[in-house]
Design a protein around this ligand. Structure first.
Ligand code: URA
Length: 433
């Protein structure tokens, strides 16, 4: 078998066999297939797509490229959630402690930022001394003691995804249905959870820009999860508007804390409650109504906040950030962005908002770039809000004020103000089972 022939076959729109997919994945992990050949194959997959059978085989090859974790040491039901990627999406920081505070274990492996989207691991690393790289025994111990532990993808878990993820990030091949589905499900199947809740984002800030494409992606992933014997559900949630009002790592950690203190933005809270309810429901905690009451009580009683604080402490982080936000990294400079005209914010290009935050230093332009944890954006106005010319619509934060001009320009060109009030979109668009 030759990788050249496999690339050519996919380039010509033909289906790849299980053996060919296995050959590619294992050869790439071993370094026998070069990055440029893997890039060419990813691009061919991007253009020609893959059948469900090929996507399933790619998922299994990614799962089998490393260790399939044995979490039998974790007592009780284990549930996980995974988002397909969004802007201002800090739901894991809120949902994981809520669910853990209600007795379902969350042994979570999260990702870093990808393209214009943020990543939970980067957000957690903005907490001083927080460790996302823990030996397996310690990880299991924390899950058993606190109920939740969130770490980065270990080197042994789905290494093919780790390599492909970084390659796709810099070769414009992230937004391929089969590549996203196999990347997420390859990791999820390697992590040995009982319950998987997928948050499939749709709209201008997600990788799948239309509801139809997001639904197709959700169906593929749910199908793969179920075939592997996992209780899997996907919620399709709106990412046409950033979630909440903070974009950027430390800013988002603070917004997550505020949400668990009961001061959350309505949209963010609604999505978090929906995801937590699914995780609890599939874990057998009662019907949806009961689970919703449990979730709301966990926030209002402070139980979820305490769980987050305990998790931060157990993972070596400074848990005082929960009571004192000034202990989080704080940007040296800030700048207001003002509306150029009066009217309603009719729509925003949420990907542009993500790129504006990235320009301020909140994300990476290339593999290995250092993140400025304090950088980001607070949205003073969002889609549907009325604004007057000159009114502040956003506040930018950075450690270098030379970055403001470009970030402001991207943000303004991603904000569309008109006389028409936009029709409000639902936040939870569908549930795929
Ligand atoms: N999240 C992942 O883990 N992989 C992708 O490809 C996209 C989002």
């Amino acid at each position: 078998m030759r990788i050249y022939d496999i690339i050519k076959k996919k380039r010509d729109g033909l289906s790849l066999s299980k053996e060919e997919i296995d050959f590619f994945v294992s050869g790439y992990v071993k370094g026998e297939i070069a990055d440029y050949q893997a890039s060419a194959l990813c691009m061919a997959i991007y253009f020609k797509g893959m059948s469900l059978e090929e996507t399933t085989n790619l998922t299994l090859a990614i799962r089998n490229s490393g260790e399939v974790l044995d979490f039998s040491g974790v007592k009780g039901i284990r549930a996980d959630k995974h988002s397909t990627g969004g802007v201002g999406d800090k739901t894991s920081l809120i949902v994981a402690p809520i669910v853990a505070s209600l007795g379902v274990k969350v042994a979570k492996m999260s990702g870093r930022g990808l393209g214009h989207t943020g990543g939970t691991v980067d957000k957690l690393e903005s907490i001083p001394n927080f460790k996302v790289d823990l030996p397996k025994d310690e990880f299991i111990k924390i899950v058993n003691e606190i109920g939740v532990c969130i770490v980065g993808q270990s080197a042994d878990l789905a290494p093919a995804d780790k390599k492909l993820y970084a390659l796709r990030d810099v070769t414009a091949t992230v937004d391929s249905m089969s590549l996203i589905a196999s990347s997420i499900m390859g990791k999820k199947l390697a992590a040995d959870d009982d319950v998987i809740v997928l948050d499939v984002k749709t709209g201008s800030g997600s990788f799948m820009k239309t509801d139809a494409k997001s639904k197709e992606l959700a169906e593929i992933m749910v199908g793969i999860g179920k075939n592997a014997g996992k209780k899997t559900v996907a919620l399709i949630t709106d990412m046409d508007i950033p979630l909440g009002k903070a974009i950027g790592n430390a800013l988002e950690v603070n917004e997550a804390v505020q949400t668990l203190k009961g001061n959350g933005e309505k949209d963010l809270l609604e999505v978090c409650i929906a995801l937590a309810v699914e995780m609890l429901y599939l874990s057998g905690k009662g019907d949806r109504k009961t689970c919703e009451t449990l979730v709301k009580d966990s926030i209002s009683s402070g139980k979820a906040l305490k769980t987050l604080k305990d998790m931060i402490k157990a993972q070596g982080g400074d848990e005082r950030v929960v009571d004192d936000e000034t202990l989080l990294p704080t940007a040296k400079y800030s700048r207001f962005v003002k509306a150029k005209s009066s009217g309603y914010i009719n729509k925003v290009n949420t990907e542009g908002y993500g790129l504006s935050a990235l320009t301020l230093g909140a994300g990476r332009n290339k593999v290995g770039d250092k993140i400025d944890y304090s950088a980001g954006i607070i949205l003073n106005k969002k889609t549907g809000d009325k604004v007057e010319k000159g009114e502040i619509i956003a506040t930018l934060f950075a450690s270098d004020d030379a970055l403001f001009e470009k970030a402001e320009q991207i943000l303004l060109s991603s904000t569309f103000i008109s006389d028409d009030k936009p029709i409000k979109r639902q936040l939870i668009l569908a549930r795929i089972e």
